[in-house]
Design a protein around this ligand. Structure first.
Ligand code: COA
Length: 178
């Protein structure tokens, strides 16, 4: 038995997690719960217990990602390859995450600067490749987090963060080395 077949058998037996490997597999999974309908993932991605999370319409997740549970993804969220997203993360519509991004537990993205604006003041947020976002960070709408930037645990991000910077606090400020 191949490693993949073993993994699938284990998943089916335990019911603990499901590997969503491609679009065909996704269709096979549809009978397990409507919540994962529309979720498009690349090869090697693992979505742990998708039935315990919320995935909006047209959510796209790249290859080799790990998505823990529960998470809340709104419509049209895009996640690149090799990303790790920890439990209790909230990612609403308008957020794009590039490749190799780490998102710690309880990270909260937002899209409505002056709620409830019913879409009128929604901003688009992009997290560039290699960025790390610490636990419990909150990201205000319309933010760009630069390549390989690090966001400290508990930070509130109110402005764009340049590439390779480490920031922390509320509002987040750059942590200077030394
Ligand atoms: C931001 C971070 C990467 C900085 O690590 P570091 O470079 O080793 O920084 P240090 O621990 O040397 O701290 C430097 C200063 O920044 C402060 N600081 C560090 N992290 C902070 C944070 N998240 N919020 C506020 N201040 C922070 C420290 O208190 C220290 O201040 P001081 O110089 O006045 O004493 C790290 O603290 C962090 O938050 N990591 C994320 C952890 C996480 O959420 N992991 C998720 C997976 S479980």
């Amino acid at each position: 038995m191949t490693e993949t077949a073993l993994f699938k058998s284990f998943s089916l037996i335990t019911g603990l997690f499901v590997s969503v490997e491609n679009r065909d597999k996704l269709w096979a999974l549809r009978s397990e719960g409507e919540k994962i309908m529309g979720l498009i993932t690349g090869l090697g991605t693992i979505v742990y217990s998708p039935e315990k999370s919320n995935f909006g319409r047209n959510v796209q997740i790249g290859k080799r990602c790990k998505i823990h549970f529960p998470v809340w993804f709104g419509d049209n969220v895009v996640i690149g390859n090799d990303c790790k997203i920890q439990a209790f993360t909230f990612i609403p519509e308008g957020v794009i995450i590039e490749d190799n991004v780490f998102i710690g537990p309880h990270v909260c993205f937002t899209n409505d600067k002056h709620p409830p604006s019913q879409g009128k003041s929604w901003g688009k947020t992009i997290v560039r490749r290699g960025a790390v976002i610490g636990a419990n960070a909150s990201i205000l709408p319309g933010i760009e987090i630069g390549e390989n930037a690090t966001i400290g645990a508990g930070s509130v991000i109110t402005k764009n963060i340049e590439a390779n910077r480490t920031v922390a606090g509320n509002p987040a400020k750059e942590l200077l080395a030394g």
